[in-house]
Structure formats: C-alpha cells, structure tokens
Design a protein around this ligand. Structure first.
Ligand SMILES: Nc1ncnc2c1ncn2[C@@H]1O[C@H](COP(=O)(O)OP(=O)(O)OP(=O)(O)O)[C@@H](O)[C@H]1O
Ligand SMILES: [Mg+2]
Length: 352
C-alpha cells in the first residue's frame, strides 16, 4: 500500500492509494422489516452487505446491477443520507482532508456537503415545482454564503450556460421544461458549488433515448472542464461503457466484479457479468454472441441464498458455491472478482 501524500489533515485510511478520493470498506446497510400492530422487527433487508471500493480523483466509477441490488442505498450512504449498519466511507475533502463520512461531526459534515453532490434519476420529482430555476440553482450558493443579489444571478446565468440552457430561463419554473432540460437544471444545481465528487444515480434512465447521449456528453464535458469525479449508477452496462473509467458490478448487496471498463467488457471473470454483457447490443452482427437468459428472479435481499448469492442462477455453479461466500480477490492488476470458479472459466465478453 502506498500512502496518499497530498497535504491533508485527516489520517489516510487503510487501503487508500495515491490519487484516491473515496475509500469504502465493508459497507453494510440492513433495513429492518416491521410487521403487525407493534411494528415488531421480523427480519432485515440486506440492501448493502459488505461492499468495498475505491474511487480515484477525476475518474468515473460505474456502479451497475439489476433493480434492488443496492446501488441507490450505496449512493445514499456515501451522501450520508443514511447511517450505515457497518463499515467506513473515507472521503478526501478538499479543505478538511480525509474523514469518515458516517462518523464525521456535524461541523465537518457541513463542510463536506458542498464537495459531495448527487444527480437524481427522476428530473420531474427532484426539482421543486414552486421554485424558479434561479431559486433552484442559486439555493446552494446562497445557503453556503457564496453569492447573493446580482452576483448570484450572474453565477446562475453562467451555470445555465455551462449546462447548455439560456440564462433568460432563470425566471421560469420547472414545468416549462422537457425532461432533458430539467435534468440539465439538476446538473447545474449539483455543480454550483464546484463539488469534488458527484454521485449520478441513473441520471439518464428516465430520459428519451435521443436525449440520453446528449446528457452523457454534457456530464463528460463538465467532468473535463471542472475536474469532477463521478460515481455513475446504472442498471445497464451499455450506458456505463462509454462514460466509465472502471466498472463495479453489484449483485444482491455485494460487488461481484470490479475492473477497468475495457477489461470488464472484453475479459469478464464473473458469470453474472458475462450474462449482463450478453445483453449489451453490438453493431457488428458477426461479433454478436448469444444472449444468456438468467433463470429465476433476483433473490430477495431479506433472504438471499447461502454461499455465492448468484449460485442458483449460475450455469457454472459447483458445490462450494452453494455453501461458501467467495471473497473479492484481485486476479489481475486492478481486476477483482468474487467467484470460486473464476480461474477455471473462460467467459465471453462483448468483443471476444
Ligand atoms: N428505506 C428502505 N427501507 C427498506 N428497504 C429498503 C429501503 N431502501 C431500499 N430498500 C431495499 O433495499 C434493497 C436495495 O434497494 P436499492 O434502492 O438500493 O436498489 P437499487 O439497486 O438502487 O435498485 P433500482 O435499480 O431499482 O433503483 C431493495 O431490496 C429495496 O427494497
Ligand atoms: Mg436505485
């Protein structure tokens, strides 16, 4: 392990390497399931069940998996919208240095908040319909005492231009805009304070296909201009392929594979990744493999199968997979996988 050498105040977390901005270790979030008149706890949803990953300054980490696998819960834990059941989330704040988000003091969190922002999936419900664009985008600037009065208007005009909207729009309300335009407003608000890390939770899923590419291009353009770091959540690998530096694949509360994007797409090592990749459309028919249809449903996160959660749907499963949880292991530089069989399998990627 190399330690982070930048001049920061907090203690460098274990597992951090030079250039890391976020270091998540053994993150767990269990939601209680309550039943009956007395709201007795009858079980727990294991939404996030031991997740570890690093995010490097300036990169985009794609976080991918089927509905209910814990992507939004992970994002909300990073934003401190939830308190974890266990684990640590160390963030290298621009002014305060390394701090653990769940255990940081209220004062520390106030400082961190402006450096950590989120873009939401639904551009219709995430914007207050009673606020003008000036209020929506200007709010974080005002609350943090960054600008007011005409300076605030100038700054909002600049942000609107930055996301490709006319500054004259600032007096209008969200209902006057299309989904794609509203998402641009959400993006302008998120970047208003020049955050270090932006968590994008399925930012294009609710948009028309024709608008999706424009929005992704805007996010990439802003990343280059402002030096942003992204966690980019999606349920579809084809969306993250072009925007991610690295991709982490989640299945029922756990990361099953994490690798640089090309490695993950060309040489997947987890059978679940292979199945997801078989659904990625490719323009070249000669390279099109056969689609792997997974049998059964995504397991219930309150009662997941023992051993490897994926074993009931895995065509390569052996006895050990039914009883023993496979550890996330580095099998090539920067490529980790949680599969007992990975060294015996030759899986199909998108171009192989
Ligand atoms: N506040 C909550 N209370 C109880 N259970 C929850 C809560 N939030 C999420 N869950 C459960 O935790 C699991 C993970 O949910 P999460 O929203 O993180 O998944 P996701 O990967 O974001 O799914 P999607 O692709 O549908 O957005 C699901 O089983 C969900 O029902
Ligand atoms: Mg979600």
């Amino acid at each position: 392990m190399t330690t982070n050498t930048s001049a920061q105040t907090g203690t460098v977390p274990a597992g951090a390497v030079d250039g890391d901005l976020l270091v998540v270790r053994d993150l767990v979030k269990h939601f209680p399931i309550r039943k009956g008149f007395w709201s007795k706890i009858v079980g727990h949803v294991r939404a996030v069940d031991g997740v570890s990953f690093n995010v490097r300054q300036g990169e985009t980490l794609g976080l991918v998996g089927e509905s209910g696998c814990g992507k939004t819960t992970t994002s909300r834990l990073v934003m401190r919208a939830y308190q974890p059941t266990g684990g640590t989330i160390h963030f290298r704040d621009r002014t305060q240095g390394w701090l653990d988000i769940p255990t940081a003091s209220a004062t520390q969190v106030r400082g961190v908040r402006r450096n950590l922002q989120m873009i939401f999936q639904d551009p219709y419900s995430s914007l207050n319909p009673r606020m003008t664009l000036l209020d929506i985008i200007g709010e974080p600037l005002m609350v943090n005492g960054v600008a007011k009065g005409s300076e605030l208007q100038d700054r909002v005009a600049e942000l609107l231009r930055l996301v490709g909207l006319h500054p004259e729009y600032m007096a209008r309300y969200p209902h006057a805009f299309s989904g794609g335009q509203r998402q641009r407003v959400g993006i302008a608000r998120a970047i208003a304070l020049e955050p270090q890390l932006v968590v994008c939770d399925e930012p294009v899923s609710a948009l028309d296909v024709s608008i999706q590419a424009q929005t992704l291009n805007l996010l990439e353009d802003l990343q280059a201009r402002l030096g942003l770091t992204y966690i980019f959540v999606a349920h579809d690998l084809s969306v993250v392929q072009h925007v991610s530096t690295r991709v982490a694949v989640m299945y029922v509360g756990r990361i099953v594979e994490c690798a640089p994007t090309e490695d993950l797409f060309f040489t997947p090592k987890h059978p679940y990744t292979e199945a997801l990749l078989s659904a990625v459309p490719t323009p070249d028919p000669t390279r099109r493999g056969s689609r792997i249809f997974l049998a059964g449903e995504v397991p219930d996160a309150s009662n997941p199968p023992p051993g490897c959660h994926f074993h009931p749907r895995c065509r390569y499963a052996a006895d050990i997979c039914r009883t023993t949880v496979p550890p996330l292991t580095e099998i090539a530089p920067g490529h980790t996988v949680a599969c007992h069989m990975s060294d015996q399998l030759s899986l199909t990627g998108v171009h192989s």
